[in-house]
Design a protein around this ligand. Structure first.
Ligand SMILES: [Zn+2]
Length: 140
């Protein structure tokens, strides 16, 4: 992924999230745009995760300027730790694509811009690690 491509995709997802906050729905034009940039498989996968987990789909853990998104996956108890700044996800789909495309990154950006992500701020590296472990273990 080039930085430029990533920025365009992030902007698209944030605009879509803002639209959803304002209208409680995505317009057809927005869905077509998202489909064109991310592909049907990734977009549908992301929307399914949003549908399935709702407000619990993403937990955003923050410690100072560091943050991580813990994203719930499709199979029961699975989670993926996504890095917000780089848009990195350790899943197989992310590794297979050379671009931003994986449903976890897409749903994390969307949920965050829709104000759906659960935010947890911690005050030390130890608490950051401890909360991260909690997030991953809780859903297993
Ligand atoms: Zn992923």
């Amino acid at each position: 992924m080039t930085d430029f491509e990533g920025e365009i995709k992030k902007t698209l997802l944030r605009q879509a999230g803002d639209e959803f906050k304002a209208n409680s729905a995505f317009s057809d034009a927005t869905l077509l745009k998202l489909d064109a940039f991310f592909g049907e498989k990734v977009l549908n996968g992301a929307l399914e995760l949003l549908d399935k987990h709702g407000k619990d789909v993403v937990t955003q853990l923050e410690f100072g300027s560091r943050s991580i998104w813990v994203v719930k996956g499709a199979s029961k108890g699975s989670t993926h730790n996504v890095l917000p700044k780089s848009g990195f996800c350790p899943c197989a789909a992310f590794r297979a694509n050379k671009t931003f495309n994986c449903k976890h990154v897409v749903v994390a950006e969307l949920a965050t811009s829709m104000n759906l992500a659960v935010k947890i701020k911690v005050d030390s590296k130890e608490n950051f690690v401890s909360k991260l472990v909690d997030c991953v273990i809780e859903t297993s």
